[in-house]
Write a protein that binds this ligand. Sequence first.
Ligand code: PLP
Length: 429
Amino acid sequence: MTSRAPLRSLSSDELADFRTAKQAEYADLQARGLKLDLTRGKPSPAQLDLSDALLRLPTTTRDRSGADVRNYGGLEGLAELREIFAELLDVEVAQVVCGGNSSLTLMHQVITSMVLHGGPGSQRPWKDEPVVKFVCPVPGYDRHFALLADLGIEMVTVPMRADGPDPDAVAALVAEDPAVKGMWLVPTYANPTGSVCSPEVARRLVSMPTAAPDFRIMWDNAYALHHLTDEEARSADVLTLAAGAGNPDRPVLFASTSKITYAGAGVSVLAASAANKAWYLQHLGKASIGPDKVNQLRHAEFFGDAEGVRALMRRHREIIAPKFAAVDTALEQGLGGLDVAEWSHPAGGYFVNLDVLDGTATRVVELAAQAGIALTPAGSAFPHGHDPRDRNIRLAPTFPQLPEVETAMAGVATCVALAAAEKLAADAG
Ligand code: PLP
């Protein structure tokens, strides 16, 4: 495949021939009447089936302490479940809160509470600041950006690299401007790049001087345990690093079982310093008398211990790793050597990051849609959906079945090559 010549090196006649060939391939693709969807990072039904024992649990109405889980109370969540996640996330049990099914809700609560009330280290609530800004590594998770946009928080971007966000770029933004109050970070197998934040980058981020005394790192470890290879990335121990740097309240850690058990009926986790945890629970206590402890107990019974979670994740890997391999194979077969696209080879997580020729991502998504292949809208991995280079596409291969991933990705490769040929021909005038 790599014996193909880069598209830019072709003469105009050769490029015209290439384009005609791709147009014919694309017409065949359209004629197949496909209806395939690579838009959202959802577990497939086969993955959800792995946890169906949950539907027959819990076996008792009492937790380990003897409390009746059917009743009110227990705001910080069940101790037995908090213990499992403390081990998995390398934090102290005392730092952990277990909540409802969505960690995104916990992130929303933390930020809205900072806006309304301020938190440890704040001089005033963020709503009383003239401007509030967040640092957003890009490409990133669209819902993080939508959450900020909804609250009127401005977003400033920094590049996401293989070992995490560019720490020099972050440090420069936060050093002088007290309006910069926080940043997003998906530290392990990031959405969508698959980046893993190195301990060195984590150390820089927790120790850098910030003009805002209440700067927060929203450490969203949604994919901490979601390995695709034997080389299992270990997340940096951010709470310990931050405490050691004298900034214990800077990071707030989040995780959930959305892609471990059920995406719609799992449990979520928050871990933070003692001050942050007390602050969070104080505000949570005004909104809830306690979490769904029946669900928490059935999760604790289902997992048994941290090793139970790891074993379950290995079974997820068996189902989804072949789909990621199929994405890579199709892109290599369709685009290898053309030098019009680069894509990630993630060792974990839920996404493949595809960068196409600058200025063609929107066209690729449009071509794919017209051939019955739904892709996440171009630009979605950027604040306000604006990718300045119009080149980034997030691929989510976990939900469709393997043959569908193969078919869809071969089609995507055709669309990428066709859009590139159109662009190069147009540029050549
Ligand atoms: N964080 C990241 C980085 C995600 O990719 C997702 C889902 O795609 C979530 C959070 C959502 O988490 P939850 O289902 O726990 O709300």
